[in-house]
Write a protein that binds this ligand. Structure first.
Ligand code: FES
Length: 571
């Protein structure tokens, strides 16, 4: 056994400190040889009954343990904060950085040599990766995996995507409330994450494209026995990664991030990938900017999954999953060479991949949509940038000039959106302020504002909506998000008034408020930020320290990493 392993500073000492570290661990029945110098592997688990998407992770942890023991390691599972996207108020995003801190400090404080990250629901994957990257011990991801396809009234229904559709149908009087409620049980009928290409499956897909998980991790359904086998294989592999000293900084290079951007375009991935990748890049010191996401603009949409297409993650798995997408990117010159958790090149994930359903995973020659990657917009309304997802938008609205109707706060929106006398038409541009990182706080997924009820009844299903917030990865529409600087930080979005004209051009990458500079200067002099919603605790720390969207909304003091050994003992 290697004697200079990290865990020896805890378990290798024949003194009072070593006694204390070993003896208390032995109260769980671990034998002497567990502490003989073999790699100790942390299993960082975000299992929680309040994060239903991650409810399968206790089982998967057992699979990882089998693999770690088999490879001669010693597995130790530990819990970290879990973030249940559908359950937390005011928004799970407020706590992504808190999870990252929990993960980072837990890994650093304990005597482990490598870590398996068990996550799934939207913020758990990026939060865990950010924390692990800042310690930079060997790390590998096992995701929850998607739920089985939703089924209701003989049809497939998709997490989130069909909630938004059904909700609009109820508001339009086209669906009964009874039917709406009945669809609940059919939508979520197994363990796992949203089975649309929402943020969870997007992040799992990008983790695979970056080489931070074993191949096929993204799409295998949560309840598929092959996911348990993948967890087992991951446990084996992390022990080898410790022997090889293969760390996140060896894998998460700039080329890995560019591969993730290309993959995000090809799968029709979530806009949330932007803030998560930017934050992760900040942890590993990779120079990634919002404009880099423009590199994916010309990539066609290949994966025909909701919300941009019609199928679901189970179909994506059976069609071949991410290895096929990576092969199509590689065959067309869009996959950069980069190291993976297997130690080889990412192209090895694509080798031999076979597509079993060309309607689910389309080809470059016959895509779901051409040039469907995210567009970055800039202009006097978003000097530091904003984004839109063309694959989920209405084409003609991507080039549009219209009159703004402004909601000053989320409460203003909720109180007034369904008023019959709301002065809006299908050409109006809805603007929502105060939902950025500092404003809400936490940059919630409210950017896909509901269509005003009077317009829903007229059959309108999409309008331009602009905010400094985010939207769910399962959502769709011509929704301009992440406007920066946000209104609460003094951005021009805070100066927009109902009746102003706004021009959007996705083709030119512009977002402009057509108001004179003199008028904007006068408005700025009269502008006041909203009083803070939180004056203590983590939320205050967050508001005081959070970076803007184009920096990934990380906390300013968490950017970067600290790989120094911990030398002090408390005994
Ligand atoms: Fe957890 Fe969608 S809400 S993955």
């Amino acid at each position: 056994m290697t004697k200079d392993r990290r865990n020896r500073a805890w378990y290798g000492k024949l003194d009072k400190d070593g006694f204390i570290h070993r003896s208390w661990m032995k109260n769980q029945g671990f034998p002497d040889h567990a502490f003989d110098g073999r790699p100790i592997i942390g299993i960082c688990n975000t299992w929680s009954e309040l994060t239903p998407c991650n409810s399968g992770l206790r089982d998967l942890a057992e699979g990882v343990k089998r693999g770690v023991w088999e490879a001669g390691g010693f597995p130790v599972e530990f819990p970290v904060m879990s973030l249940g996207e559908t359950q937390m108020k005011p928004t799970a995003m407020l706590f992504r950085n808190l999870l990252a801190m929990d993960v980072e400090e837990s890994i650093r404080a304990y005597g482990i040599d490598g870590v398996v990250l068990l996550g799934g629901c939207d913020k758990t994957t990026p939060g865990q990766l950010m924390g692990a990257a800042s310690v930079d011990l060997p790390a590998i991801v096992v995701s929850s995996g998607p739920m089985l396809n939703g089924k209701w009234q003989g049809k497939d229904i998709g997490s989130g995507t069909d909630v938004w559709k059904f909700s609009e149908a109820v508001r339009a009087g086209e669906m009964t409330l009874q039917d709406f409620m009945a669809a609940e049980s059919g939508m979520s009928r197994s363990k796992g994450v949203c089975m649309t290409m929402g943020t969870a499956s997007t992040m799992a897909s990008l983790v695979e494209a970056m080489g931070m998980s074993l191949p096929t991790n993204a799409a295998l359904p949560a309840v598929d026995a092959r996911r348990m086998a993948l967890a087992h294989l991951t446990g084996k592999r992390i022990v080898e990664m410790v022997e090889e000293d293969l760390k996140p900084s060896d894998i998460l290079t700039r080329d890995a991030f560019i591969n993730a951007i290309m993959a995000n375009a090809a799968v029709g991935g979530s806009t949330n990938a932007v803030v998560h990748l930017l934050a992760l890049a900040g942890r590993v010191g990779v120079d990634l900017s919002l404009d880099d996401f423009g590199l994916g603009s010309d990539i066609p949409l290949l994966v025909n999954c909701m919300p941009s297409g019609k199928y679901l993650m189970e179909d994506f798995c059976y069609a071949g999953g991410m290895p096929v997408v990576l092969k199509r990117l590689a065959d067309n010159g869009h996959l950069r060479s980069n190291t993976t958790v297997l130690g080889g090149d990412i192209t090895a994930y694509a080798e031999g991949a076979e597509c079993f359903n060309d309607d689910v995973i389309k080809s470059f020659d016959n895509p779901v949509k051409p040039a469907a990657g995210l567009r970055v917009l800039r202009g006097n309304l978003a000097p530091n940038g904003a984004i839109v997802k063309p694959s989920a938008a209405t084409d003609h609205l991507l080039e549009h000039e219209g009159v703004a109707h402004v909601f000053e706060t989320i409460e203003d929106l909720k109180a007034n959106i369904d008023r019959d006398d709301l002065p809006v038409t299908k050409d109006t541009i809805l603007v929502l302020k105060g939902v950025g990182p500092k404003g809400y706080p936490g940059m919630p997924e409210v950017g896909n504002m509901p269509i005003p009820r009077k317009l829903v009844r007229e059959g309108v299903r999409d309008m331009i909506r602009i905010s400094d917030g985010r939207m769910s990865g399962t959502a769709f529409g011509t929704v301009i998000l992440h406007v920066s600087p946000e209104s609460q930080a003094g951005g021009p979005l805070g100066l927009v008034q109902t009746g102003d004209r706004i021009r959007v051009s996705a083709k030119n990458g512009t977002l402009d408020l057509l108001v004179s500079q003199e008028e904007l200067t006068a408005r700025r002099e009269a502008w006041q930020p909203e009083p803070p919603h939180y004056t203590r605790g983590y939320a205050k720390l967050y508001v005081d320290s959070v970076l803007q969207a184009e920096k990934g909304a990380d906390l300013d003091f968490l950017v970067g990493k600290d790989t120094r050994p911990v030398t002090r003992e408390s005994h």
